[in-house]
Design a protein around this ligand. Structure first.
Ligand SMILES: *Cc1c(COP(=O)(O)O)cnc(C)c1O
Length: 401
């Protein structure tokens, strides 16, 4: 048996089967490309769900990581370290946030926000104890922890994992009247993705978010935008909220905050919401550690100094136009913002997975989502020639059937 098959077999034998990956075993990455054990090169059109926006193994982030790892990696927040303040300062300057709480995974950032807005609801808004409600959207994806799967509407995510925590109400994504109708005196927050990524790159109707913003302000509801996937340049803006002309009260970021080197997430907020947390009420051993802070600082710097956000907007338009020009009777829709793109196939196409397998044979790694949709999200450093080449491969796969 060759190495590739042996590794796949061992994974299958010893690992829990909570993923069904495409059978490519990668051993190296650089920029937009990754290589498998046989030396085949692929254009990465997933970017680890947008964690690798800066490109694989970005040299400056790598250098910052190595340099910091040789000095100090972890102190816990029982003591202070010399990186955290700089991380706060640079992130606050970039995003305009007044308070920051660093965590590790995206799900932890979501859980942190849920805790903070509940407490804010009781202490600042005056909601009766244990009555706080958070409105969420159907088809949301906010992570995999117990609290979060409890308010998922995806049967795979929740079936068999109950009982779940109460205090969540679900409304359809993009439906302003449903949101308005779900508001009551106990509503403390609305938690929503600016674009639903896992659901298949779903963009809400024009004008939805400005109305959401108005209703949240009028009713004293904290607007929490989960920008863990949409944030940090993916949609061609630093934050996807900029497309809507609004500002969230709380913004969640993760994924590309480390450029793919390390799990780093953060809750960004006004002073009021995170202001309710007192010493001992929330924390994480690794959250805000000096290695994470040094990596995140370099990752943010690469994003802005190398114009990756502008490139995302330009290359995203080019990629989307290229896909829209493909004449194929199996394409139902092409949509996206910046380099967060999706091709939805007609049901008769027989599911997106086999087209992702065919793309792999042509040197592109992309991920099917929700059955009929191919999600496309290359690193933001992709060039014009690489976009054009990728479009040709998509055309080849989507018109040869
Ligand atoms: C990936 C993701 C999360 C969860 O992040 P993890 O690091 O996997 O816990 C939450 N929200 C959105 C929108 C995501 O895309």
């Amino acid at each position: 048996m060759n190495t590739t098959n042996a590794l796949i077999e061992t994974e299958y034998r010893l690992g829990a089967h909570n993923y069904k990956p495409i059978d490519v075993v990668l051993s190296r990455g650089e920029g937009v490309y990754v290589w498998d054990l046989d030396g085949n090169r692929y254009l990465d059109c997933l970017s680890a769900y947008s964690a690798v926006n800066q490109g694989h193994c970005h040299p400056k982030i790598l250098a910052a990581m190595v340099e910091q790892a040789q000095k100090l990696t972890l102190t816990s927040r029982a003591f202070r370290n010399d990186q955290l303040a700089h991380f706060y300062e640079e992130l606050a300057a970039l995003t305009g946030s007044h308070k920051i709480l660093p965590m590790n995974s995206g799900a932890e950032a979501v859980e942190t926000a849920v805790k903070a807005v509940r407490k804010w609801g009781y202490e600042v808004k005056g909601v009766a104890q244990n009555k706080a409600e958070i409105i969420v959207c159907s088809n949301n994806f906010h992570g995999r922890t117990m609290g979060i799967v409890g308010f998922s509407t995806d049967p795979d995510a929740r079936t068999g994992f109950g009982p779940f925590a109460p205090g969540f109400r679900t409304v359809p994504f993009g439906d302003i009247e449903a949101f308005r109708a779900a508001i009551n005196e106990n509503t403390v927050a609305f938690l929503i993705e600016p674009i639903q990524g896992e659901a298949g790159v779903m963009i809400p109707p024009q004008g939805y978010f400005p109305e959401v913003r108005t209703l949240c302000s009028r009713h004293g509801i904290t607007l929490i935008l989960d920008e863990i996937q949409t944030g940090l340049g993916r949609t061609g803006k630093l934050l996807a909220e900029e497309h809507e002309g609004i500002e969230a009260d709380v913004t969640l970021i993760g994924k590309a905050l480390s450029g793919g080197f390390y799990p780093i997430s953060a809750v960004l907020s006004n002073s009021e919401v995170l202001g309710v947390l007192q010493p001992g009420q929330h924390g994480s051993t690794f959250g805000g550690n000096p290695l994470a802070c040094a990596i995140a600082r370099a990752a943010l710097k690469a994003l802005t100094e190398e114009d990756m956000i502008g490139n995302s907007a330009r290359m995203g338009d080019r990629f989307q136009n290229g896909l829209k020009n493909i004449r194929s009777n199996i394409i139902k829709d092409v949509r996206g913002r910046g380099l967060m793109l999706a091709v939805e196939l007609v049901p008769e196409a027989g599911g997106a997975r086999k087209y992702c397998e065919a793309l792999k044979e042509r040197g592109i790694l992309a991920k099917d989502t929700h059955g009929d949709t191919i999600r496309i999200a290359p690193p933001l450093v992709i060039t014009q020639d690489q976009v054009d080449w990728a479009v040709e491969q998509f055309a080849g796969v989507l018109t040869s059937n």
